[in-house]
Design a protein around this ligand. Sequence first.
Ligand SMILES: [Zn+2]
Length: 205
Amino acid sequence: MQRGLQSCETCELLSQPVDGATSGRCPRCGQPVEFRKARSLQRTWALILAAAICYVPANLFPVLSTVTIEGAESDTIMGGVVLLWSPSGWPLSLIVLVASIMIPCGKIVALIHLLLSVQRGSIKNREERVRLYRLVEVIGRWSMVDVFVDTFTVALVQLQPLMSVEPGPGLFFFATVVVLTMLAVASFDPRLIWDSNNQKEVRHA
Ligand SMILES: [Zn+2]
């Protein structure tokens, strides 16, 4: 960065952008390259803390209100998991549990871990931390709200004849958690993981 070089996020190749440009393409693998993502740490912290806060109401408020012949019922995510748990319905129950409780929670914990270790200037387990970031990135691509909602609704419809299904306030918070964690993952710059080492090298030189 100090020498006007940009490193590729995919293959780590250093290259020099065209004069005056702040971004370009990696000459080796063609991936778009840019200097460090602006204010990556502050942005990621803000997004991930907001996501962690929304995670609480997402789990406490009902995500779906259903009206059946027997009456109206509101279910939280965990309530849905319990409701679906049966000899035939357990795979769906497991999908809802993993997709809507474990993955968002895991993403938040993983990103906070990455942020803290970067701020401490930790030089330990950097390969593992880069791998953790890539894993979170990949998982984020398919942990979409609609997949969850479809599964949840289909599962409930199978259980009992429904008269109407309405989204509850928990669904709004859940969607917010998904969007915020996706933005947080995108705003984290994995190159920060290696920065502490670069600074040390400069100091020793
Ligand atoms: Zn490259």
